[in-house]
Design a protein around this ligand. Structure first.
Ligand SMILES: *[C@@H]1O[C@H](CO)[C@@H](O)[C@H](O)[C@H]1NC(C)=O
Ligand SMILES: *[C@@H]1O[C@H](CO)[C@@H](O)[C@H](O)[C@H]1NC(C)=O
Ligand SMILES: *[C@@H]1O[C@H](CO)[C@@H](O)[C@H](O)[C@H]1NC(C)=O
Ligand SMILES: *[C@@H]1O[C@H](CO)[C@@H](O)[C@H](O)[C@H]1NC(C)=O
Ligand SMILES: *[C@@H]1O[C@H](CO)[C@@H](O)[C@H](O)[C@H]1NC(C)=O
Ligand SMILES: *[C@@H]1O[C@H](CO)[C@@H](O)[C@H](O)[C@H]1NC(C)=O
Ligand SMILES: *[C@@H]1O[C@H](CO)[C@@H](O)[C@H](O)[C@H]1NC(C)=O
Ligand SMILES: *[C@@H]1O[C@H](CO)[C@@H](O)[C@H](O)[C@H]1NC(C)=O
Ligand SMILES: *[C@@H]1O[C@H](CO)[C@@H](O)[C@H](O)[C@H]1NC(C)=O
Ligand SMILES: *[C@@H]1O[C@H](CO)[C@@H](O)[C@H](O)[C@H]1NC(C)=O
Ligand SMILES: *[C@@H]1O[C@H](CO)[C@@H](O)[C@H](O)[C@H]1NC(C)=O
Length: 422
């Protein structure tokens, strides 16, 4: 998951940063304001900097210091980027075990002196080892705040909710615990919110529904419980919703069909139940949909065929049943289709021949019947062109891949459901 969507986030970030660079002085005709220089020096003084990353922080003109950027109009510090650079090949968690990464960390208490920088728009302290305090909530001009992988065993300071202009907030990879604080609902300018890879363990806060400008929300890899709140359907601008790897329950609500701008929806690895509501067919912009490893049931509604932009569809390891609707042949952009480990039955519809872009097709461990050659079978229609990974085992298909089913509902029940749908 995440290829199309990460491009989207990058575009947003680039747009945001570019707008900021525009006002950052490069050819330093402006020079640093003395009080802001003092603030930065105090901030530096409170940090341990083993690798000497702040060695350029000397002399009068703080606008030329590494990681500092000033407005070319006012000379005010507008951006502070002290992210610990991690090797590109590492994920956030692998990095923690790398000695060079550890040495590059800035660690210690974030000094309240930072409040002297009251025109700061952009603050990135990510992948360091910082203790932050409520005072950060006074940086009223902040639009962009990245504290990912940098604050340990802490709670989100309540006063962060005073940052009413914040558009980007990243608190991922921080071992944050307890409920998602309701006060986040006051950050109504937020466009991107990443709380992934923490230990949030309560239900999804209703206050999130307040964030009507959200385009991207990532709550994945936590221990969230309970159902998705009904009001989440209000977030009609959402493009990316990631709730994977939690302990969420209950059905997909029909209100979610209101999220017609969604490009990526990942609900995998939870305990969701019930059928796919037909309203989901209204998510016609969707490119990636992952519902795998839940307890979903029922058949695929024919309205899903309206998702003609879909590239990746993962429904594996649920209790889906019934036939593949022939409308799925309209999903001609599909590159990955994984329906494995369900109780899908009946013949594979001929329309599947139209899926010319498929690279991965996994229909294994279902109860599909019939002859492959009359569905997708040889000569495979145009599927043949790009298919790199094909798995059809553990079905009742003939014409090449006949393997006796081991478990699942009885054949009779499966056949009944075929007639019921035909
Ligand atoms: C720098 O300032 C001087 C005088 O204050 C002005 O003439 C010059 O155009 C400025 N240069 C730039 C690149 O802004
Ligand atoms: C930060 O540094 C200042 C002056 O250098 C000192 O007075 C203060 O106690 C330090 N604060 C922390 C939390 O280390
Ligand atoms: C600030 O920098 C931008 C881009 O470098 C330039 O277009 C703009 O004229 C500058 N503004 C001032 C006041 O120097
Ligand atoms: C945040 O707002 C609350 C209530 O409006 C106020 O009591 C508090 O002092 C503010 N905190 C900061 C750090 O500005
Ligand atoms: C949040 O930070 C993590 C770690 O720095 C990064 O991998 C992730 O892409 C960021 N999320 C967003 C939405 O930018
Ligand atoms: C929702 O936002 C409004 C301001 O737009 C604020 O007054 C209210 O407290 C917020 N509600 C929650 C639950 O955060
Ligand atoms: C969440 O975790 C904390 C301890 O980390 C625990 O006290 C609390 O009961 C947990 N909440 C839920 C709903 O499980
Ligand atoms: C959202 O969907 C529900 C049911 O599907 C509908 O009744 C409601 O009017 C929709 N809300 C908005 C804001 O579109
Ligand atoms: C959403 O889908 C339902 C059922 O498929 C349909 O009746 C409804 O008109 C759709 N709503 C919108 C806003 O497209
Ligand atoms: C979605 O699909 C259904 C059934 O396949 C169809 O009746 C309906 O017109 C489609 N809706 C849209 C908006 O295309
Ligand atoms: C979708 O597929 C169905 C059945 O395969 C077909 O009748 C219908 O015309 C298709 N709709 C579109 C919009 O292509």
């Amino acid at each position: 998951m995440g290829t199309t969507s990460s491009v989207l986030v990058m575009l947003f970030a680039l747009f945001f940063i570019e707008r900021l660079e525009f006002i950052c002085s490069t050819n330093s005709n402006v020079s640093c304001i003395a009080s802001e220089r003092e603030a930065l020096m105090t901030f530096k003084g409170n940090l341990t900097d083993e690798a000497n990353r702040l060695s350029s922080w000397v002399g009068k003109d703080c606008c030329t210091w590494k990681g500092v950027c000033c407005s070319n109009k006012t000379g005010r510090v507008v951006k502070l980027d002290l992210r610990n650079p991690i090797p590109a090949t590492y994920g956030p968690f692998t990095a923690y075990f790398d000695p060079i990464f550890k040495m590059n960390e800035l660690s210690g208490q974030v000094s309240p002196s930072l409040l002297g920088l009251n025109h700061l728009h952009y603050l990135d302290l990510s992948m360091n080892n910082m203790q932050i305090s409520n005072s950060l909530g006074s940086l009223k001009s902040l639009r962009y705040l990245d504290l990912s992988g940098s604050i340990f065993n802490a709670k989100i300071p309540h006063h962060l909710s005073n940052l009413s202009r914040l558009q980007y907030l990243n608190l991922s990879n921080n071992f944050l615990r307890g409920p998602i604080p309701n006060t986040l609902g006051r950050l109504t300018s937020l466009t991107i919110l990443d709380l992934s890879s923490n230990n949030f363990n309560d239900s999804m806060s209703y206050s999130l529904c307040n964030l009507s400008s959200l385009v991207h929300i990532d709550l994945s890899h936590n221990s969230l419980r309970g159902a998705i709140p009904h009001c989440l359907g209000n977030l009609a601008s959402l493009s990316i919703l990631r709730l994977n790897y939690n302990q969420l329950q209950g059905p997909i609500l029909s209100e979610m069909g209101n999220m017609t701008q969604l490009i990526e929806l990942d609900l995998s690895l939870n305990a969701f139940q019930g059928p796919i509501p037909s309203e989901m067919g209204n998510m016609t912009q969707l490119k990636e949909l992952d519902l795998s490893q839940n307890q979903f049931e029922g058949s695929i509604p024919s309205e899903m065929g309206n998702m003609t932009q879909l590239k990746v569809l993962h429904l594996s390891r649920n209790q889906f049943e019934g036939p593949i609707p022939s409308e799925m042949g309209n999903m001609t952009q599909l590159t990955e289709l994984d329906l494995s480990w369900n109780a899908f039955a009946c013949e594979i519809p001929n329309s599947m021949r139209n899926l010319c872009n498929l690279r991965v097709l996994d229909l294994s461990n279902n109860m599909f019947t019939g002859k492959l050659s009359t569905s997708i079978g040889s000569p495979f229609g145009c599927i043949h062109n790009s298919l790199a990974d094909l798995s059809l085992s553990f079905n009742k298909l003939s014409g090449g891949s006949y393997i006796q089913l081991e478990k699942g509902p009885s054949e009779e029940a499966a056949l009944r459901s075929c007639y019921g749908f035909s």
